[in-house]
Each structure stands twice: as C-alpha cells, then as structure tokens.
Design a protein around this ligand. Structure first.
Ligand code: THU
Length: 138
C-alpha cells in the first residue's frame, strides 16, 4: 500500500501536469503521475486530436514515457481531472488505460483518484478485474 504523504505528493504532481492537458474538444483536462519502484515519477496529460480516436489519455502518456525510459516496475498512479478548472470527484481511469496498466501492474496496484480535498484509492483489480493478458495468447 501507499502512504498518505506519498499519495498526496503524487496527486499534487498530477494536478500540476494537468495544466498542460491539450483538450480543446472535450474540455476535460486530466493529469497523471506514475511512481516507479526506483522512485522516479513519470507524468502525463491527455492529448486530444481533431480525429478524436487519435486522442491519448493522461495515464497512458505517463506509462508510455516510463516504458520508453526503460522502467517497467511501478508503485502507484495518481489521477486527477475534470471539465476545465473543476475537479471531477468521480474520476476513473478508462478501460483502455486499465488494460494498458494491467500489462505491467499487478491487481493490488494502487490507483489514487483525486477528490476536492482528499483522495480515494482503488486497486487496479477492483477497477478492472478481468484483463486480457499474455496468458490468453499462450
Ligand atoms: N481521459 C483521460 O485522459 N483519462 C481517462 O482515464 C479518462 C479520459 C481523457 C480522454 C479525453 O481527452 C478526455 O479525457 C475526455 O474523455
């Protein structure tokens, strides 16, 4: 599990990177901060596109950056977002992001979700109990 201080720090980082979100179409701005086991933090924001399907979510932006940096072991992810300047208290990672996270993270991986003043933590297994995995391909 993740301690409160670390969770709050990660959320602050997610809130900061959220300012860089490029979301002119949905106006829903998301920031993510992914803590690696080596202590490094990888950030991501959503990057939308006029061809909507080309949009990349904040969580995947952060994860792909970590993978490109040669890092594959993760401790936790913090996610914050909402329409324009508001904070969506019910924010949840989308199914595609959960599937992508499940490639590298176990079911007990903590997903920290921002509330207005605090946060809640769900595990990846709670959010996405049945992922498609390499076992399906063997
Ligand atoms: N979005 C994320 O970045 N992460 C999620 O898990 C949910 C959705 C983005 C994608 C799109 O730019 C906007 O939020 C509205 O769907």
């Amino acid at each position: 599990m993740i301690d409160r201080t670390t969770a709050m720090q990660l959320l602050e980082t997610a809130k900061k990177v959220r300012r860089n979100a490029y979301a002119p179409y949905s106006k829903y701005h998301v920031g993510a901060a992914l803590l690696a086991k080596n202590g490094k933090v990888y950030v991501g924001c959503n990057v939308e596109n006029a061809s909507f399907g080309a949009t990349n979510c904040a969580e995947r932006t952060a994860l792909f950056t970590a993978i490109a940096d040669g890092v594959r072991d993760f401790e936790a992810i913090a996610i914050t977002g909402g329409l324009a300047d508001t904070l969506d208290e019910g924010i949840l990672p989308c199914g595609i992001c959960c599937q992508v996270l499940s490639e590298f993270c176990t079911k007990d991986f903590p997903v920290i979700l921002a509330n207005a003043d605090s946060y809640r933590i769900l595990t990846l297994g709670e959010l996405f109990p049945h992922s498609f995995s390499s076992e399906n391909l063997s």
